[in-house]
Write a protein that binds this ligand. Structure first.
Ligand code: IDP
Ligand code: MG
Length: 155
């Protein structure tokens, strides 16, 4: 099954939203296969946000993301990358649909509570950027037969 990476940003951690956000993914049926608190430093943030270095908001993004620890997780499930992005909502939380995480918990473009990988390739890179192999866990969910039909479990 597909895996994707999420980061609960410093605003989520400092506003006390982490548990509620993780609960949404658990209730949806996504499996948590890795979860940890990390204080991200400039080097890894420059790598993670390399596509944005030339943007005027980049210095603020670096300062904000390294202001406090974040919670990083890997979620597994059918079509997890696209599913988790859709649960997060669009980048500008002001425009994110109600019912999405950004739509319900934020109203800013830069303080938008969560990062989620945007493609299968990005997810693979991001998971190996932030997690060592022994920090990710393969285990059986005992409710899996209530979450998926047999053919869906192989996807
Ligand atoms: P995404 O987080 O929805 O994938 P990206 O375009 O990859 O959006 O941007 C990464 C992060 O950079 C955003 O989540 C947000 O924190 C910040 N960001 C993106 N665009 C803007 C902007 O126009 N102003 C301020 N911050 C931005
Ligand atoms: Mg992005």
């Amino acid at each position: 099954m597909e895996r994707t990476l999420i980061i609960l940003k410093p605003d989520a951690v400092n506003r006390g939203l982490s548990g509620e956000i993780i609960t949404r993914f658990e209730k949806k049926g996504l499996k948590i296969v890795g979860l940890k608190m990390v204080w991200l430093k400039e080097g890894i943030l420059r790598e993670h946000y390399a596509h944005l270095v030339s943007k005027p908001f980049f210095p603020d993004l670096l300062e904000f993301m390294s202001r406090s620890p974040v919670i990083i997780g890997v979620l597994e499930g059918r079509n997890a990358v696209e599913l988790v992005r859709s649960m997060c909502g669009v980048t500008d939380a002001n425009k994110a649909a109600p019912g999405t995480i950004r739509g319900d918990f934020a109203l800013s473009t830069s303080r938008n509570v969560i990062h989620a990988s945007d493609s299968h390739e990005t997810a693979e890179k991001e998971i190996s950027r932030f997690f060592k192999k022994d920090e990710l866990f393969d285990y059986g969910l005992n409710n899996i037969k209530y979450l998926y039909a047999d053919d869906e479990m192989k996807q």
